[in-house]
Design a protein around this ligand. Sequence first.
Ligand code: G6P
Ligand code: MG
Length: 219
Amino acid sequence: MKKGFIFDLDGVIVDTAKYHFLAWQNLASSLGISFSEEQNEQLKGVSRVRSLEKILEWGNTSISQEEFNRLMTEKNEEYLVYISKMDATEILQGVPEVLNYLKLKEQGIALGSASKNARIILEKVHLQNMFDVIVDGTNVSKAKPDPEVFVNGAQELNISPKDCIVFEDSVAGIQAANAADMISIGIGDATILHEADYIFNDFTEIKEEFINQLITTIK
Ligand code: G6P
Ligand code: MG
């Protein structure tokens, strides 16, 4: 059976979450706002605009639209410097093996990311050809936890949402996958991602038998 496997990018395929964190932390400190790892967790999977809005809310700070736009640009420029240095060594452990196995099994493979930088990152790590479909921040209007990004991915793969499986490292992303009626697989901390159908620390824990089970199980 052909299923759709939809991968988030940041924190699932590559560890860019650390670069987003550094850039947001610098921005927050330039505004005199403290920014913790816990708050950063709440920004994972969340769009650039919404992330800045949240940081300003946490800091009880209001700024003009012009300043808001300037900060967004600055944050992204800093982030782009980090990602310009990326190469295939930054692909997270176990990811190539899972992607190769899915290809071998002729499954649908999609990217479902909120990032507007997704294509640049995939090119940097030489993974752009692994995906049949790429849905990213340039073609979605509603941010996760809204299911739009994954629903669009399923549609472009031409596979029903209930036959799709989503890999996510963020709470918002797991909620989006669940709302889309897809199987949600959390990659990361089980206490944070407890709403997921399955949780693994990383892709090295995902064995071929488990993938076979996902391919053959009817929801
Ligand atoms: C991902 C990350 C978020 C990031 C968002 C937008 O979902 O987890 O931390 O804010 O993408 O990324 P962008 O590269 O467009 O700023
Ligand atoms: Mg992510």
